[in-house]
Ligand binder design. Sequence first.
Ligand code: F6R
Length: 274
Amino acid sequence: RTRVTAVKGRCLNLLTNGPFCFRRVNRDCLIIITQQSRFVNTFFHFFENIFSGCFFLIIKPDCVLGLATGDTPIGMYNELVAKYEAGEIDFSAVRSINLDEYYPISPDNDQSYRYFMNKHLFDRVNIDKANTRVPDGTAENVREFCSAYEAHLDALGGTDVQVLGIGRNGHIGFNEPADEFTAGTYKVKLTDSTIEANKIYFDHEEDVPRYAITMGVESIINAKEIILIAEGKAKAQAIHDMIKGEISPSCPASILQKHDNVHIFIDKDAASLL
Ligand code: F6R
């Protein structure tokens, strides 16, 4: 459980003086709530100041980034691109691995997560695309593909930092509410709530793929550090359940309560039920 045990004065000052409202912090978990959602995605700047010297791309230029897609991290990718363009960070040695991809879907489809990553990050920085992985939405033998994806994750030594969004139903990656927490990468049937949330991106609801390939919950929480970001009232219940609810696969994100290095960046709306 998230416990309020210690407050580092420096963090507190920085956070209360800036656009952020500090809500609670302990040794392991920091929750930062912004007054306005437009600040959520500028968190890298603050992250760098708060944990000066710990900014992962600077201290570990060959770090392994676990990446997410969706609306929420777009601003974060813009921030990273701005830092790259300013010469502050370099992606030439970075390796990345994405959480998930629809199945079936072609990488050229503009709704595929491979397309998304190229558009929002990979084509805009000096990352070597050979060092990037997104699950293959065209894999013929999905089971074999999933084992190979896990083996690749292991070969990378796991992710140094995993970026996560959260679904309205508490999903992380495409790990939907279930009876048990999932383990490694696997093919999942999407729930009606996720299809409903994602249909706005497709011309017709029937076009939304009904399956996805996703890293399992266990692969996700093996990350050395996790950054979860969320904005808006639609995420408030999921954020509440993740932080204050029981650790239960009915809210897959609640597993983060067990991780010892999580930073949660949310706006006031997403924090409204805390
Ligand atoms: C995407 C992913 C999903 C999203 C979640 C929130 O790679 O893993 O779990 O993070 O569905 O999506 P947005 O940000 O669009 O609200």
